[in-house]
Write a protein that binds this ligand. Structure first.
Ligand code: ADP
Length: 923
């Protein structure tokens, strides 16, 4: 039995473990005979479960996976399936629920998505074998696989267009007063990608946000670290592991073992932390795959700063790979994805998540896009070929962990062929950019022999599972053909036998049938049964079964034939499985070459897709270099533009120039004012997105763009409450602003939208004011700042690199018309009432607001300190119609005011008091 010393998370699984520990001791004593109530099967279950305490155990029984005890309760709740009982254990009912085999993947998917781990326990022998050992014998079973969120390989459990990373995080504590540093290693076992990096404490969250791992491995120590624990526990699917997995001393050896190399030096210089994280990942992969080794690329070291740093808040604000609501649709990724293969789509998402900071590398990518943007015929041809290419990296991984089927072999065959065909088309060209040349080299790596063998061996129609047989082409293997002929011949013989029996018995409707319980049998209707049960026919026909309408028999001859058929079928399946194993072995052996070809195709897909996008959406190649330029002429928002186009509305292109002045070497800040709905947010985001697109190696939605590398991108856009973490809008805004002011440097690009909105006007204005000064004087970064505080525009007089811009509007018959044009200057007013009118506020309210505003603006002249655009709200409050209570109070006040106590006699005073009381009493 395999031991899996993975530690349980704080979930119900740990309860299960305790319970089972107890149950196990009890069952041991039961086995000694003091209780005598534990069945052998339950004993087996408890033993297997005890070895996998932190997983839900799928225990195979015939056509079902059954779950027992706490597992059953957890699963029935999670899956919405019925909880039943099966016998008793130590006097208590055993809760049970079951999942039919053919729907197992679907249920696994749900459980994994909820962060559970599942151990799948199979029957290792035919139940008939167990029965031979005695009536009480239990079918041999054991765990054949562990399914965890970060180690999936099945297409049914994976999103084709996304990587699913397993990430290991290790920490090295800094010296006194120093920050800790972290080692990261991430593996997508479904594709074999393997990366390592080191980062500082401040960048850890951003790295995790970039990779979006399916599962995160940390040591127990880290998991219970007082500082990190609350944060770690809030992340989805964190798996704490025993310390030995994170042992630095054995890390290098474990890694070298996995790749069967003498030393890890071949992987380049990896730091101690990186090695430790990489080894932790590897160990977990081996454990969950029960020792099988999916083909991994050697760990690729990612230098710190190689990718544009984008923190979690900025990623979600800019809706790079999904919208704020969590959907792919509406994100930048969805808007630019023109890939035609799943692998291409994954690579595009990776690139978008990590734009490069090395301008030479960016230009290599852009060169590749340029080749295809300039050659429509080549692009079209490649895209047609790519469209037909399967996701063979994932097929290969499945084959390597022995979870693959005949269709995976076919995918490898077709993938290699597609790669070879494309390579043949491209490799003689002299004008290939570096990136494409390398991709083509990858395409040419697999030995064509593998594809040829697969072509020769695989049938045209393939079953989903190898156990179904019938996937080897006839004519490929003589022995197989013979076994199959025998099987088919026997089936034909059965047909003849049926005809002969019908004739001999004179029962025309006599049939020879087959089922799993009886095997082959002769069947006649009840009315004919007696004839076969009586002499002379009963000498030939042996009674097997009498049903309501039929009687079933066998014959010696039929029995013999049946054995022959079964043997032949068994033999042909055995031969097929042998052939499968041989081909799978060959594919796995050539794994590195096949992976290189798959990567080459993914790269070509991305390059041609970006070219397609550029041509279709009229994007331009950006000039990307090491300067501090930021010039966008005629820029558009890639997502809004496409959304408007679907409604036939044109997008208004706008210019932006944040370039550093030559001498100063520090970037410009644009302060953007203008009415709500004028297009400020859109303008801010579009410029950030253009920087992201340019540095990921894509053309950009602009007439011209010159982007000096941005090392970090920050954005604080819109207001989003983080109620889950108990922070108000304003608090979130300030936390994000603090991060920006503390971290932005000359090379950074900062986008700030409506800072200081969530508090009192003066507070907000003051914070926004100080923020701009700090960005200008200390951060000295390129920045865009949108605000509704007109007052801030005065700063331009004081700060030389601050530039005022506004979105143009036209007033027309009291309505506002947004032109969405960004022009130099300052907004003349805020048009809040016009926007409110557009939004459908009742006409009476709009009218009233206009009056209040007019009054406020008139007052404003005498007290110029006032005049913030949120005042009308407060000023409008007292004009509400007086309520009844207020009317009564007014009457009392008026009566009181009419009294003159000095002129009253004591008696008059007393009468007045009675009168007032009566008035009050009437209320
Ligand atoms: P603000 O931030 O000033 O309130 P938004 O940027 O949210 O305004 O823009 C409001 C709406 O105006 C957007 O949803 C979009 O439909 C439209 N819009 C913005 N900019 C443009 C543009 N350049 N061209 C066309 N429509 C635009």
């Amino acid at each position: 039995m395999h031991a899996h010393p993975m530690k349980a998370r704080a979930s119900s699984a740990s309860v299960t473990r305790m319970d089972l520990a107890r149950a196990k001791t009890e069952s041991e004593s039961a086995a000694r005979g003091d209780a005598g109530r534990v069945t052998p099967m339950m004993e087996q279950y408890i033993e297997i479960k005890a070895a996998n305490p932190d997983c839900l155990l799928f225990y195979r029984m015939g056509d079902f996976y059954e779950l027992f005890f706490d597992d059953a309760e957890v699963a029935s709740r999670a899956l919405g399936i019925v909880l039943t009982k099966r016998g008793k254990h130590l006097g208590r009912d055993i809760p049970m629920c079951g999942v039919p085999i053919h729907r197992a993947d679907e249920y696994l998917h749900k459980l994994i998505a909820l962060g559970h781990r599942v151990a799948v326990c199979e029957q290792l022998e035919d139940p008939a074998e167990a029965r031979k050992r005695g009536a009480k014998s239990v079918v041999q079973r054991d765990v054949t696989r562990l399914v965890t969120p970060g180690t999936l390989t099945e297409d049914t459990l994976l999103d084709a267009r996304r990587n699913n990373y397993l990430l290991a995080v290790v920490r090295a504590r800094g010296g006194p007063g120093e920050a800790s540093s972290f080692g990261l290693a991430w593996i997508d076992i479904s594709t074999g990608e393997f990366g390592v990096a080191e980062c500082g404490a401040s960048a850890l969250a951003a790295e995790i946000a970039r990779l979006e791992p399916g599962e995160i491995l940390v040591s127990d120590t880290l998991y219970s670290d007082p500082e990190l624990s609350p944060w770690l526990r809030a992340l989805p699917a964190v798996t704490p592991l025993a310390r030995d997995v994170f042992d630095g001393a054995t890390a290098e050896r474990r890694l070298a073992d996995y790749f069967a190399v003498a030393t890890t030096e071949a992987f380049g210089a990896l730091t101690r932390l990186e090695l430790t994280a990489a080894a932790a990942c590897i160990s977990y992969v081996e454990r969950t795959q029960l020792g099988k080794r999916p083909p991994l690329s050697p760990p690729r070291h990612e230098a710190a700063g190689a990718a544009m740093a984008i923190d979690q808040a900025t990623r979600s604000n800019l809706e790079l790979v999904r919208t704020l609501r969590g959907e792919r649709d509406g994100s930048l990724l969805a808007a630019i994805d023109r890939t035609v293969t799943a692998a291409g789509s994954r690579l595009l998402a990776q690139r978008l998540a990590a734009p490069l900071t090395d301008s030479a590398a960016v230009n290599n990518r852009l060169d590749a896009v340029a080749l295809f943007a300039g050659d429509a015929a080549l692009r079209g041809d490649l895209r047609d070929r790519l469209r037909a290419a399967p996701d063979f990296a994932r097929a290969l991984s499945r084959i390597a962990v022995e979870r693959g089927g005949p269709r995976d072999l076919a995918a490898i065959r077709d993938g290699i062929k597609a790669a070879a065909a494309i390579a043949a088309k491209l490799h003689r060209r002299k004008d290939l950019p570096v990136e494409i040349r390398e991709a083509v080299e990858g395409l040419r790596r697999p030995d064509p022999e593998i594809a040829e063998t697969l072509t020769a061996a695989l049938a045209d129609e393939l079953p989903a599972f190898k156990r179904d047989g019938g996937f080897v082409r006839s004519g490929y293997d003589a022995e197989l053909d013979e076994a199959r002929a025998l099987r088919d011949e026997s089936r034909r013989v059965i047909g003849q036998m049926q005809a002969r029996y019908a004739q001999e018995t004179g029962i025309r409707i006599l049939k020879i049938r087959h089922n799993n319980v009886l095997g082959y049998f002769v069947e006649v209707t009840a009315q004919h049964g007696d004839k076969l049960l009586a002499p002379p026919l009963n000498a030939t026909f042996i009674h097997r079964q009498t049903l309501a309408g039929q009687v079933r028999f066998t014959t010696a001859e039929l029995g013999e034939l049946e054995a022959k058929i079964a043997n032949a079928a068994e033999r042909s399946l055995a031969i097929e499985l042998e052939i499968f194993a041989r081909m799978a072995g060959a594919a796995a052996k050539a794994g590195a070459d096949i992976k290189a070809a798959a990567e080459g195709l993914a790269l070509l897909d991305v390059a041609t897709a970006l070219a397609q996008l550029a041509v279709e959406q009229n994007y331009v190649r950006p000039e990307v270099d090491g300067t501090l330029q930021f010039v966008v002429e005629g820029g558009r928002h890639p997502v809004v533009e496409q959304a408007l186009a679907r409604e036939g509305v044109p997008f208004v292109a706008n210019d932006c120039d944040l370039s550093a002045a030559e001498e100063a070497g520090t970037g410009r800040i644009w302060l953007l004012t203008g009415p709500n709905m004028g297009g400020k947010s859109t303008f801010l985001r579009q410029n950030a997105l253009i920087a992201v697109l340019a540095q990921m190696g894509s053309y950009v939605p602009a007439r011209r763009a010159h982007i000096g590398i941005v090392d970090r991108l920050f954005s604080r856009v819109g207001a989003a409450d983080d109620l889950a973490r108990g922070r108000s809008t304003f608090m979130v805004e300030m936390v994000e602003t603090a991060a920006i002011l503390n971290q932005a440097r000359e090379r950074s690009l900062v986008i700030l939208d409506e800072i200081g909105r969530g508090t009192a006007t003066f507070d907000g204005l003051s914070i926004a004011w100080a923020t701009i000064e700090h960005l200008h004087d200390s951060n000295r970064c390129r920045a865009l700042f949108a605000t509704h505080f007109q007052e801030l525009t005065a700063l331009a007089a004081k700060l030389p690199r601050l530039h005022n811009a506004t979105v143009r509007v036209k007033e027309w018959h009291g309505d506002v018309v947004f032109l969405h044009e960004v022009v130099p200057g300052v907004a003349d007013r805020s048009y809040g009432i016009q926007v409110a009118k557009l939004a459908g506020l009742p006409p009476a309210v709009i009218e009233r607001a206009r009056l209040v505003l007019a009054k406020l603006e008139a007052d404003d002249r005498s007290s110029p300190a006032r005049g913030f655009d949120d005042l009308p709200l407060f000023a409008a409050a007292p004009v509400a119609a007086p309520s009844q209570a207020e009317a009564a109070l007014d009457a009392l006040t008026a009566a009181l005011a009419a009294l003159h106590p000095d002129e009253m006699s004591p008696r008059e005073a007393l009468e007045a008091l009675y009168a007032l009381k009566a008035k009050a009493g009437a209320r």
